[in-house]
Design a protein around this ligand. Structure first.
Ligand code: 5RP
Length: 234
């Protein structure tokens, strides 16, 4: 809290991002997420001159790393990454996350899955009881399958929107695909079941449910205090 009142959302994102810096050791191979929270992390890495290399999860992150002089890796350069750090759209109390608000969920999930440890940095208001209600679940779909996948999701009870850039054109991901944003009233009851059901639909490339992937969440509150959460039993 400042004299002027609570921190802004961006200041809170920065607080969460900076809290992740002590987890990074010299020489580590990192997974580098995407979004406005990760932007603060990248600046922190560059400001501290940390000698690390990272697999970027989007073209935007790759471009920012080049500007900041952070060494880049491809997924094919290494068997495992030491640590991946990324934002999230929402998290539940089991630390299942939804991701893809920035459109990078596919590469983000690939990178999280190849990392020994996956840490989410976010503001504490993203912690919710149920995912997929107040913020939609993004689903990446090959363009040929957009309409049939949207129909199947609607039949299952989702409200579905094809992502566009405001009133503008349809958003195309870094992988050349479309994004369907799916919401369900009351939220997703069983994220693990839903992830399997959605990703089994022909034409779905990946969905933004990150189940059993998050090892730690660093969540910044309105005063900039950061709470660390870890999932029970893992
Ligand atoms: C991008 C993501 C982002 O991590 C998520 O949208 C959170 O973004 P921000 O840090 O800007 O709030 O999943 O695909």
């Amino acid at each position: 809290m400042t004299a002027a009142g609570p921190l802004t959302i961006d200041e809170r994102k920065r607080a969460a991002a900076l809290a992740a810096l002590p987890l990074i050791q010299e020489g580590m191979q990192l997974g580098l997420g995407t979004g406005s929270t990760v932007a603060h992390l990248l600046e922190g890495i560059a400001e501290r001159g940390l000698d690390v290399a990272g697999v970027p999860t989007s073209e935007a992150t790759e471009a920012r790393c080049r500007q900041l002089g952070i060494r880049l890796l491809q997924p094919s350069d290494t068997e495992r990454l030491d640590l991946a750090i990324d934002g999230a759209d929402q998290l539940d109390h089991a630390l299942t996350a939804t991701k893809g608000g920035g459109g990078a969920l596919l590469r983000e999930k690939v990178v999280a899955a190849m990392s020994d440890r996956f840490v989410v940095i976010a503001t504490s208001d993203k912690l919710v009881d149920r995912l997929g209600d107040s913020f939609p679940l993004p689903i990446e779909v090959v363009p040929f399958a957009t309409a049939p996948v949207a129909r199947r999701l609607r039949d299952r009870g989702y409200e579905v929107e094809l992502r566009t850039a405001g009133e503008g054109p349809v958003v195309v991901t870094d992988n050349g695909n479309h994004l369907l944003d799916a919401r369900v009233a009351g939220g997703i009851e069983d994220p693990a079941v839903e992830e399997l059901w959605i990703t089994a639909l022909p034409g779905v490339v990946e969905c933004g449910l990150f189940v059993d992937l998050v090892d730690q969440a660093l969540l910044a509150d309105q005063r900039g205090r950061v709470t660390s959460l870890e999932p029970d039993g893992r």
